[in-house]
Write a protein that binds this ligand. Structure first.
Ligand SMILES: [Fe+2]
Length: 286
């Protein structure tokens, strides 16, 4: 198994390409579509870097995987599927997210409530393959109700559940989020063998420093600032809730959610052939 990480500085996101060296099949996990919210401008530089890597290594994309519906970046899943093929997939509890957010955006005309805009919806504990690699899906809700992690051999891709030890864990103040549930999900992850490698979805390195994204179960249990072995569930919940209260709304929350619910498709163009991103007034944080 080969794991290649790509860091997007604008959204602090890490995208992975996981490939099977024997069959050259691969999966892309959590790809980013570049979006400038001031100009409403979409570009594909980040996704094109993935395409270049995949083509130059003669890889064949089997899957485009999301760990969840992200609130901090738009997904490039749709763009990459058009360019490279592959099935776009995520957890079946996505329907919970759709049920909450589609009425907010009033986008049911181009965003199905049943999740059929995605090619496949995974069940908990389901196995699938990337070439000859076996992947186990683990439901790890708490950051959102539909978060999942992908366990591939000795590596787990955890999305926004647990971060690097110095960063703590994902936030739990989005609709359907829960510090209590996230604690339980992270315990599930931490029960894996201590040498299991954890690949996280975000890092915020200081100017000039490199992004950090890989730790182990052992390191997290020893030194995660929010959820190490010496912290009880009650203490974690209190710390997490306190942190959540001080966090700002993600810059791309409203554009990201509505686009990501369509797997990265920007939605039906209006009669003037322009696609729009909608901002609901007085629906969030009031
Ligand atoms: Fe997230």
């Amino acid at each position: 198994m080969n794991i290649k990480a790509f860091f997007d500085k604008n959204t602090s996101t890490i995208t992975y390409v996981v490939s099977d060296e024997t069959t050259h099949k691969c999966a892309i996990i959590d790809p980013v579509l570049d979006y400038d919210p001031l100009l409403g401008k979409i570009t594909t530089n980040s996704a094109d870097i993935l395409i270049e890597y995949i083509k130059s290594n003669a890889l064949y994309v089997e899957w485009i995987l999301e760990t969840h519906i992200h609130a901090d970046h738009l997904t490039a899943a749709h763009y990459l599927k058009v360019k490279l093929g592959g099935k776009i997939a995520l957890g079946a509890n996505i329907t919970e997210i759709l049920k909450f957010w589609i009425p907010v955006f009033n986008t049911s005309q181009d965003t199905p409530l049943d999740g059929s805009q995605f090619d496949y919806l995974f069940k908990d504990n389901e196995h699938f393959s990337i070439g000859s690699l076996d992947v186990k899906v683990m439901y790890t809700p708490g950051h959102t109700p539909a978060c999942i992690s992908y366990l591939i051999n000795d590596a787990i891709f955890v999305g926004d559940t647990i971060f690097m030890p110095h960063m703590g864990t994902g936030r739990t103040d989005f609709p359907g989020g829960s510090a209590e549930i996230l604690y339980d999900s992270i315990q599930k992850i931490l029960q894996l063998p201590p040498e299991t490698r954890i690949f996280t979805c975000h890092d915020c390195p200081a100017e000039g420093a490199s992004a950090l994204y890989e730790s182990t179960i052992k390191e997290e249990k020893k030194s995660n600032i929010l959820i190490n072995d010496g912290i009880t569930k009650e203490e974690y919940i209190e710390k997490r809730r306190k942190r959540d209260q001080s966090m700002t709304v993600p810059r791309l929350l409203l554009p990201a959610i509505q686009v990501n619910m369509r797997a990265g498709y920007l939605g039906k163009a209006e009669s003037n052939e322009i696609q729009y991103i909608k901002i609901p007034i007085n629906k969030i944080g009031v």
